[in-house]
Design a protein around this ligand. Structure first.
Ligand code: SME
Length: 164
């Protein structure tokens, strides 16, 4: 299925709003930022079958450090800000969607099955606190509905992280 078709179907079935409602409640009830991040990762992974690997990186100095994740263990537990799609999203302070990871020279491979990726910065104002990183085994898996959902989740996580 191509990205446009998936997006039309997502809108039609209301996918996107339901996980957001559940994630908002879970983050609001979480006792701390670590728990908020863990629950957001779990709820995203459960609700979105095309999200093969879901993780959160947090900024520590000049590196992104892997926090909660679900999926195969990644060799990239610390990523310098200048490297990878993750490093690019943090440096550019913008969401990056890569429809074909094998065609992107920035890509740091986590699994050979991965075909596409979305990275969404978690921003407190103009400061990057971290990012949500999602890989899919499907090519071009991420459309506007995924971007909208994940940017809203990133906003909720930014509040949880800056409150702690
Ligand atoms: N693909 C990422 C590295 C992280 S793994 O996908 C978990 C990147 O290119 O920055």
């Amino acid at each position: 299925m191509n990205a446009n078709k998936r997006e039309r179907m997502s809108h039609a079935s209301g996918v996107g709003q339901q996980p957001l409602i559940a994630i908002r409640s879970a983050i609001a009830a979480a006792p701390n930022a670590q728990s908020a991040m863990r629950q957001a990762v779990q709820l995203l992974k459960d609700a979105m079958p095309h999200y093969t690997w879901v993780g959160i990186y947090l900024i520590e100095g000049n590196e992104l450090v892997l926090g909660p994740f679900l999926g195969k263990p990644s060799p990239h537990t610390r990523i310098p800000l200048g490297r990878g799609i993750c490093g690019a999203a943090a440096t550019e302070k913008a969401t990056i969607v890569v429809d074909d990871v094998n065609a992107d020279p920035r890509y740091l491979a986590c699994s050979i099955e991965t075909r596409s990726e979305i990275v969404v910065p978690i921003m407190d104002g103009t400061t990057v606190l971290g990012e949500i990183d999602i890989d899919s085994d499907q090519p071009a898996a991420f459309g506007a509905a995924d971007r909208a959902l994940l940017e809203q989740v990133a906003g909720l996580l930014a509040e949880a992280l800056s409150d702690s």
